[in-house]
Design a protein around this ligand. Structure first.
Ligand code: PXP
Length: 252
């Protein structure tokens, strides 16, 4: 049986792809900060932004503005590089999520290999923890990765829902359900170890509810689908519908 279902499931709105549209033309609009402020008003509990090494969407100036003007917490996604660590230590955002990053990938394609890089990551996150950032590690629903994230002292793991969403999109329903079972089991396993559990990547109106129903999960980070849906409904109605589906799954 799922636990922690009385806890509100938080929605972290990822605004990266507002910047993608802006950067496609090298203009100064649309503004990620404006989208973030609208998301706050629509009930997002936090804003997530990924400053990639190649700055393909969010820029350094976006992070400066978000840090200055947001009223909800910023979840700063970044690779485990010295440059990003220095930026995070300068800003001290509420949360830092460590993600793998390859220049050639279209998006964050897999979880972090924590088990293989345990020593490096333990040293990497120590100053961030000391600076008061809530450190999260983005990983696949995999026991050795969860155990390694726990050993290095991460407060949070974010489970990668990309494989589940891809299998759904490809109508591979038995495999999708097996992946969902794995996400459920690993959310419980991580929660029992004392880790806070988040999830995200690729979630849509069609895929969010089984994930939102997992009681151990405390936060979902959702971006690409909502920015696309905003073209048709507007940003705030798109967020309201996601919030409604999350609450229905959680309370139903
Ligand atoms: N969580 C993490 C760690 C991510 O890297 C991303 C994508 O940047 C997301 C959530 C959001 O994924 P999507 O944009 O597909 O909703």
């Amino acid at each position: 049986m799922s636990r922690n279902t009385t806890e509100k499931l938080r929605l972290g709105m990822n605004i990266d792809h507002v910047a993608t549209v802006r950067n496609a033309r090298g203009s100064d609009y649309p503004s990620p900060l404006r989208a973030a402020r609208m998301a706050e008003d629509a009930g997002a509990d936090g804003i997530t932004a990924h400053l990639r090494e190649d700055r393909r969407h969010i820029s350094d100036a976006d992070i400066d503005q978000l840090m200055e003007h947001l009223t909800v917490p910023l979840n700063f996604e970044m690779a485990a590089t010295p440059e990003m660590q220095a930026i995070a230590l300068r800003h001290k955002p509420h949360a830092v999520c460590i993600v793998p990053e390859k220049r050639e990938e279209r998006t964050t394609e897999g979880g972090l290999e924590v088990a293989r890089e345990e020593n490096h990551l333990a040293h990497f996150i120590a100053p961030l923890r000391e600076a008061g950032c809530r450190v999260s590690i983005f990983i696949a629903a995999d026991k050795p990765q969860i155990e390694a994230a726990h050993r290095i002292g991460a407060a949070v793991i974010e489970l990668h829902t990309g494989a589940y969403c891809d299998l759904h999109a490809e109508s591979k329903l038995a495999e999708r359900d097996a992946e969902l079972d794995r996400l459920r089991d690993m959310a419980r396993y991580a929660s029992d170890l004392g880790l806070e559990v988040h999830a995200g990547h690729g979630l849509t109106y069609d895929t969010v509810q089984p994930i939102a129903a997992i009681g151990e999960i405390r936060e979902l980070n959702i971006g690409h689908f909502l920015i696309g849906e905003a073209i048709f409904r507007g940003l705030q109605p798109a967020i309201h519908e996601m919030r409604r589906l999350m609450d229905e799954a959680r309370n139903g």
